[in-house]
Ligand binder design. Structure first.
Ligand code: NDP
Length: 235
């Protein structure tokens, strides 16, 4: 299982960083895309903005020159621009879609090129419970995260005969910078709706990604795996 070529987008902080660290701990060769900040130990950092197709291509070229064809890709990079529908500008909507959905498309499309040649691959999208349940003030974000489900399932159908799986991880509320920004009232409200009565930890998302990339998940594709403390009750 070890020594595989893995690429994680947005691996400099939060959930992506924990995912990168988990693959490093599993003994894999891990490339991490980043735009800023510091990288975890043991990874190859490649600068990349996922809204830029040429930058995605260059990041894969650099990662593959160092580690060989990418076998496992985790499309994790994401942003929020929350506001109520009537106040949401078209730019608020399209920029979130461009990063979270089209960005993941750019990354998965480029990854599939290497995977098709190798006749194996694991594509993992980091979605959100919000994509499945909806959330006030997050029309743009929820649309982008729901879009990942249809995209992954289409890829699962298109690439399955080549031994490539495409799955979605849907985190609930995870303790990161993104959740730290929420007001105290909103935090209380959220925790009241989580059966496990706590936030998730980034390692709990990372572990599921390592599982989906591993031999025990070889017959899982097109799945949405909720890691949300029961918030969505399996959706
Ligand atoms: P963070 O805000 O901590 O990290 C986001 C990461 O995405 C950063 O590495 C950031 O890079 C990167 N990123 C953002 N935009 C771009 C871009 N255009 N090109 C390249 N990289 C980019 O978020 P989290 O760790 O909390 O979230 C990670 C993923 O998990 C996201 O997709 C998020 O939607 C999802 N998620 C998070 C939940 C949570 O509770 N935290 C819940 C459900 C889903 P940089 O540092 O350079 O900005």
């Amino acid at each position: 299982m070890a020594d595989r070529s893995v690429l994680v987008t947005g691996g400099n902080r939060g959930i992506g960083r924990a995912i990168a660290e988990a693959f490093v701990a599993a003994g894999d060769k891990v490339a991490v895309t980043y735009r800023s900040g510091e990288l975890p130990d043991g990874v190859l950092g490649v600068t990349c903005d996922v809204t830029d197709t040429a930058a995605v291509e260059a990041a894969f070229a650099e990662a593959e020159a160092a580690h060989g064809p990418v076998e496992i890709v985790v499309a994790n990079a994401g942003i929020t621009k929350d506001t109520l529908l009537l106040r949401m500008s078209e730019e608020d909507f399209t920029s979130v879609l461009d990063t979270n959905l089209t960005g993941a498309f750019r990354v998965a499309k480029r990854a599939s090129k290497s995977m098709l040649r190798q006749r194996k691959g694991r594509i993992i999208f980091i979605s959100s419970v919000v994509g499945l349940l909806g959330s006030p003030g997050q029309v743009n974000y929820a649309a982008s995260k729901a879009g990942l489900v249809g995209m992954a399932r289409s890829m699962a159908r298109e690439l399955g005969s080549r031994n490539i799986t495409a799955n979605v991880v849907a985190p609930g509320f995870i303790e990161t910078a993104m959740t730290a920004e929420l007001t105290e009232d909103r935090q209380k409200e959220i925790l009241a709706s989580v059966p496990l009565t706590r936030y998730g930890q980034v390692e709990e998302i990372a572990g599921v990604c390592v599982f989906l990339a591993g031999p025990d998940a070889s017959y899982i594709t097109g799945a949405v795996i909720p890691v949300d403390g029961g918030l969505g009750m399996g959706h």
